[in-house]
Ligand binder design. Structure first.
Ligand code: AMP
Length: 588
């Protein structure tokens, strides 16, 4: 196929941003395209050579392109740079320069889409010492035979500056119209694209076998599936409104999403954007096969950096130290992780996408054997706002970002942000200005490496009116290893068999303490709580106040008596102050 046809279509597309017109130009182009080249055309339209997950990168630098233009036109580099500065687009600059040249030379041969594509592919694959020279030779040989318009598009593809404004959806609309005569068939194409992540392959199939061929697309091992995404909710109330009274809540861990394709000892890892990230995680490749009890599987997990001593989840930034090309072995030991599985998309040669969440979770738990390294993401079935709030608190205390809420009876919707998954994240917008001194009333045993300490503490305010200690929050973040040791030493002798009658708490702790020790915490916000007892009924009937996302500041206030702790009155005034700030802000 003549490259001129493609250059002409690109040229028309560049001149409009109207979706209908773009679709029309695409339909006309596809109708002229032979079956054998349509996949290549679809990749080129998107400025690519292959689907993203194959990692074929063009990566040509401007300097090199300028040298190639100079070589093929005989015009000095300085002049080309000048032209480039005027227009700001090297593709355009090349067409202006070559316009001057074509007046004096003959075109040697017509260039075809196949030839351009093969040459670009060779350029992308070149590596090593002499690769720059070779790349330049390839580019200038193409430019020699290209007319100015063709040259400008070849350069734009090479430099990654082709901006046709065609979204994947527009390409699919045009494919549906061109090859099935019906735009409605886009849905079928979308499904095929979502399970294969390869729009070129979808185009080739519809052009060769029609829409029936596309209907047969299925999940394939070692070919990534486009991930399902979640919508956002702002509160527990909204979650229940949208999901009803029986759904799953999972910890939303703050790591990297990894799609694992496993068969025997072979493991390939894809990122959320479908990049092959296997080389960053040699530990996953080595350790995971023994945890998978199936012949083959595609699984989704969150890889999370952990503190090896406490087992605590660490923020995403820690994990980014893994993103390096060299000395990866060192990074593996320096930044240990756990792999926390949350979904299964394929198992024993069969797709699991159409199974309900509940069925997939059951399968996942059966197939992934847990150990120190491979985990099932913590999950609870929740029925109301209180359940969500309690699980949210637990998750934040464990160092996670919030919750993912999932409908139990829904399938896996590859590639779409639907309403079957919702994310409830912590927000730090309303940072509480003040710290609070709170009484430690209960403790929860640490999990994993935190055994032998209290991983999480239950805290209370002092209610002067009735001389009671009222629960206000659980706290599990902000503790260093030394803090945990020290607190254990101090709290151990204060353990009581029965809850002290001066403690008011609906939440059950693993152990109760004499209400004596005071520690300092900060929090993002004070919220109404159906569970906690601080200032119960004083701001709103049947609600107490609670701290949202509390964090230990590192200060154990041994100089304070429990009765010196922050009082409910203080907390109410902080709560009202915070409302006033929000109100004042909305007036500005
Ligand atoms: P966001 O990036 O805020 O849109 O949140 C979605 C991301 O949360 C996913 O891409 C995953 O990387 C991550 N994540 C953490 N925990 C879960 C979970 N339990 N289920 C699904 N995604 C999760």
């Amino acid at each position: 196929m003549d490259f001129a046809i493609l250059a002409d279509a690109f040229n028309k597309m560049e001149s409009t941003r109207k979706r209908l017109e773009l679709t029309q130009y695409l339909v006309e182009l596809f109708e002229k395209t032979p079956q054998e080249v349509i996949a290549r055309i679809v990749y080129l339209l998107q400025g690519k050579l292959r689907p993203d997950f194959e990692g074929v990168e063009l990566g040509v630098a401007e300097k090199l392109a300028i040298r190639a233009i100079s070589k093929s036109s005989g015009i000095p580099i300085k002049k080309i740079e000048e032209e480039y500065r005027i227009g700001g687009d090297l593709g355009h600059a090349a067409s202006v320069i070559l316009e001057q040249k074509t007046q004096t030379t003959f075109l040697v041969e017509d260039i075809t889409v196949e030839r351009v594509y093969e040459t670009l592919f060779k350029i992308a694959k070149l590596e090593g010492a002499r690769s720059q020279d070779m790349k330049m030779k390839y580019i200038s040989s193409l430019l020699n035979d290209a007319n100015p318009l063709e040259a400008s598009f070849i350069l734009k593809i090479l430099l990654g500056t082709l901006r046709l404004g065609v979204a994947e959806n527009t390409v699919m609309d045009a494919l549906a119209i061109a090859f099935s005569g019906n735009k409605e068939n886009r849905k079928v194409l979308e499904h095929a694209y979502n399970v294969s992540s390869d729009l070129g392959k979808v185009a080739e199939t519809i052009s060769e076998k029609g829409i029936e061929g596309v209907e047969k697309f299925e999940v394939i091992l070692f070919n990534p599936v486009r991930p399902m995404l979640a919508d956002r909710v702002k509160s527990q109330e909204e979650s229940v409104e949208r999901l009803g009274n029986n759904f799953a809540a999972e910890y939303k861990l703050d790591g990297e999403r990894v799609q694992l394709h496993v068969e025997g000892d072979k493991v390939v890892l894809y990122s959320r954007s479908l990049e092959n990230i296997s080389s960053y995680y040699p530990d996953i490749i080595e350790k995971i096969p023994k945890s998978i009890q199936a012949d083959n599987a595609i699984l989704e997990a969150e890889a999370v950096a952990i503190n090896e001593n406490t087992g605590e989840f660490l923020p995403f930034q820690e994990l980014m130290h893994r993103r390096r090309k060299y000395k990866i072995e060192k990074a593996v030991t320096q930044y240990p992780i756990t792999v926390n599985f949350f979904d299964i998309l394929f198992c024993n040669d069969k797709s699991c996408l159409d199974l309900s969440y509940k069925e997939r979770r059951e399968k996942l738990e059966k197939i992934v054997k847990e150990d120190e390294y491979a985990k099932h993401i913590p999950m609870a079935i929740v029925n109301n706002e209180n359940d969500v709030e309690e699980f949210l608190e637990n998750s934040i205390n464990a160092g996670s970002e919030g919750l993912m809420l999932k409908m139990l009876d829904k399938p896996y919707q590859a590639g779409s942000r639907g309403s079957y998954w919702l994310k409830l994240k912590r927000e730090y917008q309303n940072e509480l200005g003040d710290s609070l001194d709170l009484v430690v009333i209960g403790g929860f045993f640490g999990k994993g490496r935190r055994t032998g300490s209290y991983g999480t503490l239950l805290l209370a305010t002092y209610d002067e009116d009735v001389d009671m200690f009222t629960s206000i929050c659980k706290v599990g973040t902000g503790f260093s290893d030394e803090d945990l040791d020290q607190l254990y030493q101090i709290l151990q002798p204060k353990v009581t068999i029965k809850k002290n009658p001066r403690i008011e708490s609906e939440m059950e702790a693993d152990v109760w303490f004499e209400p004596e020790l005071v520690i300092e915490v900060v929090a993002s916000e004070i919220t109404l709580s159906p569970i906690h007892k601080a200032a119960r009924d004083q701001v709103r009937k049947d609600a107490g106040l609670a701290l949202r996302f509390p964090k230990f500041t590192g200060k154990i206030r041994t100089e304070k008596m429990a009765e010196d702790a922050s009082t409910n009155e203080e907390v109410i005034s902080l709560y009202k102050g915070q409302k006033k700030v929000a109100h004042d802000k909305s007036l500005i």
